[in-house]
Each structure stands twice: as C-alpha cells, then as structure tokens.
Design a binder for this molecule. Structure first.
Ligand SMILES: *Cc1c(COP(=O)(O)O)cnc(C)c1O
Length: 373
C-alpha cells in the first residue's frame, strides 16, 4: 500500500525522547521553551507559544483578539474543519468566504464580498502549504485582526521570507499529516511580547507563574489565576521530537518539492488536469499535492479514489468545505463556486519524504489508466 503521507523520523527522535524521560520532567518545561525559540526564529517571528495543537492555537489567537459572541470572523469554508470550529468555540459566528481557484486561498476580494459591520477578524489559511497573499489582506483590512492559519505551511515561503514572518498571529500544526510532526502539537507565533505572555498564561489554566518556573525556582512561588484559562500545553516529550524534526525541515521541503515537480511533469500528459503549484508571490512546501480533475475526465472523483485504492494507492478527497458539512448547515453561506468546484473535483495524491520514484510512477500510471491516457 502506498500511503498518502508518512512522517519521516530517524533514531535522533528516539534518543531525544529517551533523554526527556531520563530527566524526570516530561510535561511542559525546558524542551518546550527551547522548541518555541527555535521554531519562532525559523519562521521569522519574535515569540512562539507551543500548544497542544493548531486548533487550540487558533482558539487562543481568537481569545487574544477579544473575539466573542456577536462578532463575525471570516474564514474560508475550504479548509480543515478546525479553522471554522475555533471560531465557534468563542461564541462568534464564522462567515464563509470563497477562495482563489488556483491557490485555494482567501483573497482581499473574496473577503470584501462577505465583510459586514460585525466583522472583527479574518482567519486566512495558507492552504496545503500554498502561501496566501497576506500583504494584500493586511493592506485592505487594516482595523481587523488578521490571524494566519499556517497549520500546513512550515517551510513555505512568502515574498522571500518564511510564511508567518510579519504575521500579527500565526497558528501552526505538528500533526503527522503536516511536514514537521510531534505526534500532536501546535504553536502560536507573534512579534508582540504582551500577546505572547498572555497566551502563555492562557494555555496553562491562566496561571501567573508556570509550573516549570515554579519547579526551577529554589524558593516557594505562589501562582495566581487572573482569568479563566485552558490546558493547551505541549509536553517536553513532544518538543524534544519537534527540535529534531525542525532540523530536518529544509531537507523535507526540498524532497517534497522535487517529487512535486516530477508529478507535475508526468501528469501534464493528462489533458486538462490541474495540479497545485507555486503562486507568483511565493513557494509552497507541498504539504498536500492536490490535483483537480477536468469536467471531461472519464471517472468521477470518488470513482477515481476507489480505482486508486483497488491498486494499493491511498489518496484522499481534496480539501473539505465546512459549509457542506452538517455541523455548519445552519450558517447561511453566500455562493462559493470556487470552493465547491475544488472540494468536489480535487483529490490529494500520495507524497511523503521517503516516497520512491517507483512508487510515484505507480500512482501516475494509475491516473493515466483512469484517464484513458
Ligand atoms: C491540520 C489543520 C488544522 C488543525 O491542526 P491540528 O494540529 O490537528 O489541530 C487546522 N487548520 C488547517 C488548515 C489544517 O490543515
């Protein structure tokens, strides 16, 4: 079976975890602090606040922005459901905007189409690792908080800087479906030290002094709880893996880009097939290699997924659209033609660090066979 994704680990991750266990301190502590500094530096942000997931980092970002009941937050429907769910956690209303069909990302124009007087924030997603054109969004949307869902985008580049550089707040995922993984895990990055300090308290029950700091202190330190927080902590076990994985990131991106280019060359023989690619304003890490089927493709998208599965190839439907799910049936959505076309006609092909050219050829041959090429 060729999987759609497989994380890339070596013996260093095992050693790093064993060292944390031997140290006796496995919860959030010195490794988390070190991972925060290293990851934030790698994306050009001043501060990193590690969390249990990207979903919890997005929730924190919305809380920090003061979002609550009565507010509207614009999100793409075309995203993993966590983007919209994070808005619901705050009691605010998600408002779905359409995306650019080539990148799968919000644009200043699609955001403007659904903006109202109640709009307080926008979550722009760097979908599947493809950088969104955030300069445009920041310029047009001054006054709103722009939160970047960079779950998939570690190692992607926007106008010659890492995605996340210059973001008011960006949320990252270290789930195994992304490149850099800690099993589960996330991070909030920002350049604002006050936002970061509040995020550090909020992710740890609202505690004024962290458990790790109290442990490290020689004297008695009594903590205080100034506001209601959450348990959104990462563990030192995860952060130790993250530090090793961060060291592998450049190599992971290079390998994925080489394999993606090879897919693009080989799949160019399928008439009308569109593949994800770099936008003009940056470079993707190809977190997901999606292809969009032309209308005259001989099989439906779901038939093609079954055809691939029968040949031992594990592909996935394209990026989901939250507004088509029962959980969001109550949200009045404006027409989202690009979103609906992408979600219904696209699929994600296998792409992972250790994928061989022979495995890739098997995927391509199966698509040729399905397409009558
Ligand atoms: C994976 C993903 C998330 C959720 O990340 P978790 O770390 O699993 O919470 C959020 N947004 C997008 C766009 C994602 O791809």
């Amino acid at each position: 079976m060729i999987p759609v994704m497989r994380p890339w680990f070596g013996p260093q991750e095992e050693t790093a975890v064993a060292e944390v266990i031997a140290s006796g301190w496995v919860a959030q502590g010195p490794r988390v602090a070190e991972f925060e500094r290293a990851f934030a530096a790698s994306v050009g942000a001043a501060e990193g606040v590690a969390t249990s997931s990207c979903t919890t980092a997005l929730h924190l970002a919305l809380v920090l922005a003061g979002i609550g009941p009565g507010d509207e937050v614009i999100v793409p429907s075309l995203s993993f459901i966590a983007t919209a769910n994070a808005v619901r956690y705050t009691g605010a209303a998600p408002v779905f905007a359409d995306v650019d069909p080539a990148t799968g990302n919000l644009t200043a124009k699609t955001v403007d189409e659904v903006r109202t007087e109640r709009t307080r924030a926008v979550i722009v997603v760097h979908q599947a690792g493809v950088p969104a054109d955030v300069d445009e969004l920041r310029a047009v949307h001054g006054g709103l908080t722009l939160i970047e869902d960079a779950a998939c985008a570690a190692g992607s580049v926007y106008r010659d800087r890492p995605v996340g550089a210059g973001a008011a707040m960006a949320a990252w995922s270290f789930h195994p479906r992304k490149l850099l993984t800690t099993g589960e895990g996330g991070m909030l990055t920002t350049d604002d030290p006050e936002l970061a300090a509040r995020a550090r308290r909020l992710r740890e029950h609202g505690m004024s002094v962290s458990a790790a700091e109290r442990h490290a202190s020689g004297s008695v330190v009594l903590e205080e709880y100034g506001e209601v927080g959450f348990n959104y902590r990462m563990t030192d076990l995860q952060a130790a893996v993250g530090l090793v994985q961060l060291g592998r990131l450049a190599e992971m991106v290079a390998r994925r880009r080489a394999l993606a280019e090879r897919y693009q060359d080989l799949l160019a023989r399928v008439p009308g097939l569109v593949t994800v690619r770099d936008p003009e304003h940056g470079r993707t890490n190809y977190q997901s290699f999606w292809v969009c089927l032309p209308d005259d493709f001989p099989m439906s998208r779901d038939e093609l997924l079954r055809f691939l599965a029968e040949r031992g190839i594990s592909a996935r439907r394209g990026i989901m659209a939250a507004h088509l799910e029962p959980a969001y049936a109550d949200v009045p959505a404006a027409p989202l033609p690009a979103t609906e076309r992408l979600t219904r006609r696209s699929l994600i092909l296998p792409l992972f660090h250790t994928m061989t050219e022979a495995e890739q050829d098997a995927v391509v041959e199966a698509v040729y066979a399905a397409g009558g090429v």
